[in-house]
Design a protein. Structure first.
Length: 143
């Protein structure tokens, strides 16, 4: 069954997605980052080319020929995935294909509305018996 991790208190959801996908890549875990719109896809694509500061995260879009070889794939609206290790969701609602993945990460910002929507997703997963983990980023930063 899919394991779901909630990372709350993110000051920058895109940077958090980069940090988590970089950590996954270093551990040999392939990642699909599901994005809600083209503007977010473009912004994340640019950020991944410069993260971390001394390197970059190899990535492409899910419809690219090389998607199967990439450690990180950006997905905008598709439901065909080159792998099913880790899904990082940047959506405000649960994506219908989440259960295809071994692990899902939901990133929640400090924004009140985003937090409210995150609590609804948490309840959705909890009510269906998924194993949940909560990481409060506001308690782990600057320590």
């Amino acid at each position: 069954m899919t394991k779901v991790d909630f990372y709350t208190g993110s000051p920058d959801k895109l940077r958090t997605a980069c940090q988590l996908s970089h950590k996954a890549m270093q551990s040999g875990v392939r990642t699909v980052i599901s994005v809600p719109d083209a503007a977010t896809t473009d912004a994340l694509d640019k950020l991944l080319w410069h993260y971390p500061a001394t390197a970059f995260i190899p990535h492409c879009r899910s419809d690219a020929e090389e998607a199967e070889q990439m450690p990180v794939v950006l997905n905008l609206g598709g439901e065909k995935f080159p792998h099913h290790d880790l899904l990082i969701s940047l959506h405000t609602e649960c994506v219908p294909f989440f259960s295809r993945f071994e692990r899902v990460i939901e990133i929640i910002s400090n924004d009140a509305e985003d937090s409210r929507m995150g609590r609804e997703r948490f309840k959705f997963y909890r009510d269906r018996g998924y194993e949940l983990c909560h990481i409060d980023l506001s308690k782990t930063q600057n320590t």
